[in-house]
Each structure stands twice: as C-alpha cells, then as structure tokens.
Design a protein around this ligand. Sequence first.
Ligand SMILES: [Zn+2]
Ligand SMILES: [Zn+2]
Length: 309
Amino acid sequence: MQKLLTPEEIAVGAGADGATHRLPSPRVFAGRAERLRQLAAGHAMHDFLLFAARLADAQQNALDHHRPASRPDPADLARCRRHGMPPLDAHGADLPAGWADVLATLTAAVVPHAPAGLQNAIAGLPDFPARRLDALARAILRAEEDLSNPVELALAPLIGASLQVLWTARALALQPADLPAGFEGGQCPACGSPPVASIVRIGDAGHGVRYAACSLCACEWHVTRIKCVPCQNTRGIAYQSLEGAAGTLHPAVKAETCPDCHASLKIVSMEKDPLVDAFADDLATLALDMLVDDSGFHRAGRSLFLFTP
Ligand SMILES: [Zn+2]
Ligand SMILES: [Zn+2]
C-alpha cells in the first residue's frame, strides 16, 4: 500500500514541472532496444545485451500489433484514486486473455538468436502444461516466483517480457489523471509492481527531476532525490558507482544505498547521458549490483529479464 503525502508534500514533489507521473511512451521497447544495442558494443556482456535488445524489438512489434487495451471503468478508476490503489493491479489480477499468444509471438521472434539453454526450454514449450505456464505468470506478477526448475528459469524472462507488453498496453489506455496523485511509494501507482531503477530526467525548468521506473508497465512516478525509494528514509543515503582504471565506468549510473533498510536502487541520469533508459542501463551495470551486494546492501530494483534460482 502506498503512503499518502500531505498536500504540502505533493506540491513540493510536483516541482516546477507539475508532473508526478509519466505514462509510458508507445515506443518504449524500441527506445530500450536501441539503448541496449548501444550499451552492448564492447561490453563484457555483449551477447546477453544484444539478446535483450532483440527481445525488446519483439516486444515493440507485439505491442504495435496488440489490440489497444480498454480503459478501466471510470467508477473503478475513481475508487482506486480515492483509496490510493493501483488501477492495473498486477498482484491479484487475472491474466489478460490471450497472454500466451503474446508469449508465442515473442518466442518465435527470438528463438533463432536465443542461447542454447533457452532454445532447449523453448523446444519443450509445446509440452509445457498451460496451467503451469499460467501459474508461473501469476507468480511473476506477484513477485513470488520460486524457480528452481531450469526450464522454468530459462522461460521466465520470456514470460516476464510478455507481461510487460500486456501491462504497457494497459497503461497506454490510461490518462495521467487516472493515477492516484501524490504518492511517492516503493510501488508503481499504476500496477503496484516494484521499480526496476530510478531515472533523473531534465524537467521543463532545466533541472533534474527523479522518477522511479516501473519494472512491469513502464509508468514512472515522481520520487524525491536523496531518499530511499523502498523505505522513504532520507538519512545516511550514500552512492556507489563503478570505478575503472581510467575513472568512473558508466558515469550515468549510480547505486543509492540506504543504511536503514539496506536496500540499493540505481539512479540513471539523463543529466549525464541523455540517452539512458532505466531498464537497459540497469541491465548493463550488473557489476554495480555485485559491488553494492559485497558492501551489505540488497538490490531493490527488479528486472523481469533477470531471474536467479
Ligand atoms: Zn507499473
Ligand atoms: Zn531504505
């Protein structure tokens, strides 16, 4: 449940730009794919980032051909706004009809480029019980997946990618005023999912405005700078970045660490690099997660392309 702010806090949080939330761009996956390709060049994880770019291309194609989602009932939207509930709730929601068709489309698009482990898992998909696939998708939406089976582990990013397409389509049917205003919580005000990372954008007034970027529906919500997104603490916040022999690597990406809840969430900054994408730049800086993990902080950002047993 998101924390309500006082009207004064809302006014301060809105800043000069007045925007507390941003709905996704209809080209979100294409932009992500382009950034992933750019980051892949010369990167130690080149093949992985290039595969992620191909998957993002397939997501954009699936989104472009997806029947536009309908806007939720106005009475439901009003009730959600009143109670600060996410109107596209991912946790208790039914799976959208035909979700497995999106999975099949993405799978067909990426299978020629997939690593061997994923190719084997995809080959077994026709025999995979539909009920088990549904259960996996629901567990991913609730962030409760318990994946030890190697086939399920291999398929999880494809299932996550399919759910991203469906929830982004649903978010595109919203209007900014549909979202509960004035929340600065740890979960997306549109769907209730955790962020993948946060992004500092250049506001209309030319100063940096920080948003948390949803891991599922690609909506962004305003969060104050120098404040822990998961627990809202403002004391003792510190930053870590990747240092190389020639200076800071990936200077547009820092990890914000909180001494209260020991969480770490990345900040990618358009002030440092106007082409950053929260999802892509997070994926390209997994070495930074290892660094903060070594110093006792756990990763708060959630990437649906990354699953660990
Ligand atoms: Zn969301
Ligand atoms: Zn915290």
